[in-house]
Design a binder for this molecule. Structure first.
Ligand SMILES: [Zn+2]
Length: 821
């Protein structure tokens, strides 16, 4: 594969780049002078260049002699030197380019009347902006000068050292960058304003259209930078760090050294954001800042070790937030959003790949910026921290960064540095996790009290493999133990009636207990993290046929009363998503009610918790209790609160109770947007849906207050958990048939098309309803053909419906229970 790489003995030392950017025509010209060192004699140079960049002239700087080149595959050109060179050589290049409209290389991004020009070079797009040596291992220093319209601000990796103006243009010259890979070079040309703060000598600036809303984000950046400065013992190496809002980019953010770009929805804060959204944005910020060390200062030698950048940054975002924002329960979120998400993605093995990839082709690399590199990479690192202990891990990281700063590394370099700080063989253990796809299933069988046999095999039956598995466990007496399972089976000796392995769900495998009777008796005493991992494994085993329905039911019920929202949320979603077909609907509703009612009994309407996700989860389960479980008690509780103090009750709950239960509630004269939206998303009351639907679509033309038609579309999309008797559908069809208003009818026509493309379940009642209405529908057509659309719906109902074999088993199980009772 020689032809895809540049010459290893011809390395750039420094670039001097001048660009003249014409914003009105979206074009630019450039002059480049690149100092090269040949460590071996050569008469050729290879470098990268790709459209829309065109080279107009190449020359030897010292002699002025013009040079010729030939083009090769993989965006490589080969320059003939007419003589053999060793040592220094300076290459001059003149070029021109078009500013792109996609999000690669040097591109333009527009919002309303505003234009901004930015670069995005990772992994291989620098060559689309300038001729360059576009490999991560070829680090160089960059000096940049940009001339453009004087109304714009120009930002790059380093601070501007001088600005000169001439009529309508200005030229910004930036300080020389430190040694860095080409993909980290960046410039932005924009009209944003900025806010800033200082951390010792480092200036932190945030550029956005309205940066004053993002002050908390700037403070978070400062705290993050301070945390990393201390943790890594290497102060942030550049004089400044900018956080730039970009209208359009294909990723959430990019770690250009000293000038991180963020998608505007991530950095431009709006009032009323949910905590989940805010937390995600905080993570992104901590992620990108950690790259200033992991990725920028110490860089993978080639893209096959991408996980050293991305897995690390994903791990660090949690490690950092856990320390600087202790109230966020960050590690619990790591388990839910990283570890167990990655376990789901890393199965089956045929659709996965090892963390360390065998990718030589740079054109393939962007597809490896995936969940395995990020999420499994991060999970494996957390397992390593668990194996070494936090203090050893942190010390090793400091040495690793110091040893390899300004350089490039491989996974091997990383593991061998880590090895120096622990007695265990890090390389031998960790490569079983990074060099093969998939993960093990550890089965625990109790031999007798105090003796537990553990065995491992690949979770995926189609795969084979052996892992070196760090097993930390907790016993019924609360003692913690450790065992390294380095072969197919082993025996753990522990003074215990039961052991729960994968303590706090910190490692990357699943666990199956041959008999969990004793463990289930005490399950409520386990930590949230342990309960969460246990229930996630249970669901995976059930889905993959390793565990039967009675056991699943027993485990879920053993957790009642469960007050931890993360777990409640997971269980409720699983029940709804996997078991919710009509065959066993009655039992499922009962399960949900048994599971959720204790929460309502404990918290009710007024309950509060320090959990930041509490409010949104409370709303969610309240809705399930009302809509799915038809809980009269919950409806009455809320209605009582409305009677006591109507103003104090959140509109959301008001909307919930008007949805179907108590006649009194239906008379609430609510007409607000949130009412309509809630009804359209959540209610199945024919009367209410009709009212909301008409309000939103301005059925009554005299009422000009409502302009919510677009929300009907939104509500339709959110309504994918279609009711068995969906009255929304009935309302649409009836309104369509009955109205004389052609505009109104056309609106409904569009909505029915959307609805028809958005149905996942068979709804037999609707099927017969459509059949019964075909004749009437045919008499009231728009220009399209509604009956055809509806017949399409019918087909979808039919093809989308199948009874899962698991559910037949479940049905039999429930029937047995009922008989016994
Ligand atoms: Zn990243």
């Amino acid at each position: 594969m020689d032809n895809i790489r540049l010459l290893p003995y011809c390395c750039p030392q420094s670039y001097n780049i001048s660009l003249v950017v014409d914003i009105s025509s979206l074009t630019y010209t450039g002059e480049e002078s690149i100092v090269l060192i040949f460590s071996e004699p050569s008469s050729i140079i290879k470098l990268h260049v790709s459209l829309p960049v065109k080279i107009t002239k190449l020359s030897n700087k010292s002699t002025g002699e013009e040079l010729l080149y030939t083009s090769h595959p993989y965006d490589i050109i080969e320059i003939a030197l007419n003589q053999v060179i060793q040592g220094d050589f300076t290459l001059n290049i003149s070029f021109q380019g078009k500013i792109a409209s996609d999000t690669k290389g040097f591109y333009a991004s527009f919002q309303e009347s505003e234009t901004m020009l930015i670069t995005h070079f990772e992994p291989t797009y620098a060559r689309k902006a300038i001729p360059c040596f576009d490999e991560p291992g070829l680090k160089s220093k960059f000096s940049l000068q940009i001339t453009t319209d004087s109304e714009y601000t120009v930002i790059s990796n380093m601070p501007g050292q001088s600005i000169s103006s001439e009529s309508n243009t200005k030229t910004t010259t930036f300080q020389e960058s430190p040694l860095m890979s080409c993909y980290l070079l960046h410039w932005t040309i924009c009209k944003h304003s900025s806010i800033s703060t200082l951390l010792e000598n480092t200036e932190i600036r945030l550029y956005a259209r309205n940066p004053s809303f993002s002050e908390d984000f700037l403070i978070l950046a400062k705290d993050t930078l301070a945390y990393y400065n201390t943790l890594f013992s290497i102060p942030y190496p550049l004089p400044k760090i900018d956080l730039i809002s970009v209208f359009n980019m294909s990723v959430r953010a990019m770690e250009n050294w000293g000038c991180i770009t963020f998608h505007c929805t991530c950095i431009e804060k709006l009032p009323g954001e949910t905590f989940q959204k805010f937390f995600r944005d905080c993570r992104t910020l901590c992620h990108e800042i950690s790259h200033m060390w992991f990725g920028n200062l110490v860089t993978m030698a080639w893209w096959n070790d991408l996980w050293l950048n991305e897995g690390f940054a994903r791990f660090m975002e949690f490690k950092c937030l856990d320390k600087i924002r202790t109230q966020y329960r960050t590690w619990l979120k790591f388990i839910t959003e990283v570890t167990y998400t990655a376990l789901n993605i890393d199965f089956p093995v045929s659709r996965s790949h090892p963390v360390e990839i065998l990718c030589l082709d740079p054109e393939q690399i962007s597809k490896y910026f995936d969940s395995i590199s990020y999420l499994k990479g991060a999970s494996v690192l957390r397992m390593l921290e668990e194996l070494m202990g936090e203090e050893n891990f942190d010390n090793a990281i400091r040495v690793y960064l110091d040893k390899y700063k300004w350089k490039n590394v491989t996974s091997q370099d990383f593991f061998s540095t880590m090895s120096e700080f622990t007695k265990v063989d890090v390389i031998e253990i960790m490569t079983t996790w990074t060099q093969q796809a998939g993960f093990p299933l550890v089965t625990v069988a109790k031999i007798q009290d105090g003796l537990f046999k553990v065995t491992q095999k690949a979770y995926d039956n189609e795969a084979t493999g052996l892992w070196m598995i760090p097993i930390k466990y907790v016993t019924d007496k609360g003692q913690i133990g450790f065992y390294l399972l380095d072969s197919e089976e082993g025996v753990i000796e522990a003074d215990a009636i039961w052991i729960k392995i994968n303590y706090q769900s910190r490692c990357f495998y699943r666990v199956l207990y041959e008999d969990n009777t004793d463990l289930l008796k005490d399950i409520k005493n386990l930590s949230v993290e342990d309960r969460y991992g246990f229930i996630q494994d249970t669901f995976a085993h059930y889905t993959n046929g390793l565990l039967d329905f009675p056991t699943l039911h027993k485990i879920i019920m053993a957790l009642v009363p469960e007050y931890e929202y993360t777990i409640v949320n997971t269980i409720v979603s699983f029940i709804q998503g996997n078991l919710g077909d009509q065959l066993i609907g009655e039992y499922i509703r009962k399960m949900l009610e048994d599971f959720l009612m204790p929460l309502w009994d404990k918290y009710g309407y007024d309950g509060e918790s320090s959990d930041l996700d509490f409010e949104s989860l409370k709303k969610k389960y309240c809705k399930i209790l009302l809509n799915d479980c038809k809980s009269e008690k919950v409806a009455k509780d809320i209605l009582e609160r409305v009677r006591d103090d109507p103003k104090e009750v959140d509109i959301y709950y008001k909307c919930l109770i008007v949805l179907d239960y108590l006649d009194e509630a239906k008379t609430l004269a609510e007409t607000s947007y949130i009412f309509c939206n809630s009804v359209l998303i959540s209610s199945n009351s024919y009367e209410l849906i009709k009212r909301a639907f008409r309000l939103c679509l301005k059925y009554d033309k005299e009422d000009t207050e409502f302009e919510y038609d677009k929300y009907v579309f939104g509500a339709l999309y959110s309504r994918h958990e279609v009711y068995p008797n969906d009255n929304f559908f009935r309302v649409m069809v009836d309104e369509y048939i009955e109205t004389d208003n052609q505009t109104y009818r056309e609106e409904i026509y569009k909505l029915i098309i959307i609805y028809s493309s958005n149905i996942y379940y068979k709804v037999p009642e609707i099927e017969s309803f459509i059949e019964g209405h075909l004749e009437k529908l045919n008499k009231a057509p728009v220009e399209g053909c509604i009956p055809e659309i509806l017949l399409e719906c019918l087909e979808k109902f039919n093809s989308g419906f199948k009874i899962e074999s698991n559910n037949e088993e479940a049905l039999k199980y429930f029937a047995d229970i009922k008989q016994k009772a």
